[in-house]
Design a protein around this ligand. Structure first.
Ligand code: RIB
Length: 294
């Protein structure tokens, strides 16, 4: 069984700042680093480092994004389905505050140039029972879901970053949701918290398995009547960028390698803890050996 992650590839320009820049303010940053990133790329690297076999599909522009493909390759991800398109690679401008928290400005670039023809080509390489992992940083997500459903692939959706387009996707096809409380509230049509919110989302999508992430309070998992709770592992925070992507990659990676959901949640929480203790997005993602030793 194969995993297809159809997702974004970004160049992350990460600036360390005293505070997030305010409207009308000009602020000097203390450091600037260029990292590989994009929720798609980060999740592919996490999936692969967890030991799963991953094909990344997506697009970069001409000339500026080759190192992103190199990073995926060196993490063991199959990159044959990544297109090089006329234009710029997607990028993110990330302000990283002193407490490790961030705010992110995205430029979609090639990530938003995915076409239906490209989707048809990519999906033709997969079959019933293969997994499709999606975030919300590329074009044609709804169409990708339709095509994957027709192929009887299992669909994993991390609806991040949340926007108005999500409501138009065929969410009834999703087998696994991984999302935070704001995203879950938006999908439910009313904001809420914790178990109550999870119950509402489960009622809306009864056949889906759901991981609701709660930031510092860990995560909840619901599959029918089964409810699991997972706390976080406290570490000194360097940079929270890609912690959620690491969690997603190790959770799904654990499941496809035969772990029970409870063990996969714990594994994912450990992997995310290591990621937040290091700078950068993709470069902060640990190996499975590091997670096992943690
Ligand atoms: O989830 C973190 C990622 O979000 C960053 O790497 C950035 O590129 C944005 O996509």
């Amino acid at each position: 069984m194969k995993i297809l992650n159809f997702g974004s590839l970004n160049i992350d320009y990460t600036y360390s700042v005293d505070h997030f820049v305010r409207g009308g303010e000009t602020l000097s940053s203390e450091t600037m680093n260029v990292f590989s990133g994009g929720k798609g790329l980060n999740q592919s690297i996490a999936l692969s480092k967890s030991g799963a076999a991953v094909w990344h599909a997506g697009a970069i522009g001409t000339g500026d994004g080759d190192f992103l493909v190199g990073q995926l390759k060196s993490a063991g991800v199959n990159t044959e389905l990544i297109a090089v398109l006329e234009g710029k690679t997607g990028h993110a401008i990330i302000q990283k505050a002193k407490d490790g928290g961030n705010c992110i400005l995205l430029y979609g670039g090639a990530n938003q140039m995915i076409t239906k023809t490209m989707v048809d080509e990519v999906i033709s390489h997969f079959e019933a029972g293969d997994y499709l992992v999606l975030q919300n940083e590329i074009s044609e997500i709804g169409y990708i879901m339709e095509k994957a459903h027709e192929r009887q692939m299992k669909i994993v959706l991390n609806p991040s970053p949340m926007d108005d387009k999500i409501a138009g996707y065929p969410l009834e096809y999703v087998d696994y949701f991984l999302l935070n409380e704001i995203e879950a509230g938006d999908i439910c049509g009313e904001q809420g918290e914790g178990e109550e919110l999870l119950k509402k989302l489960s009622a809306k999508f009864p056949s889906a398995k759901i991981v609701l992430t709660l930031g510092g309070d860990g995560s909840l998992y619901r599959d029918g009547d089964r409810l699991l709770k997972q706390g976080i592992y406290k570490v000194k925070v360097a940079d929270t960028t890609a912690a959620g992507d690491t969690f997603t990659g190790f959770f799904i990676g654990g499941l496809v390698q035969g772990m029970d959901a409870a063990d996969a949640l714990e594994w994912a929480a450990k992997a995310a803890a290591i990621a937040v203790s290091r700078p950068g997005a993709a470069p902060s993602i640990p190996s499975k050996e590091e997670v096992d030793r943690f």
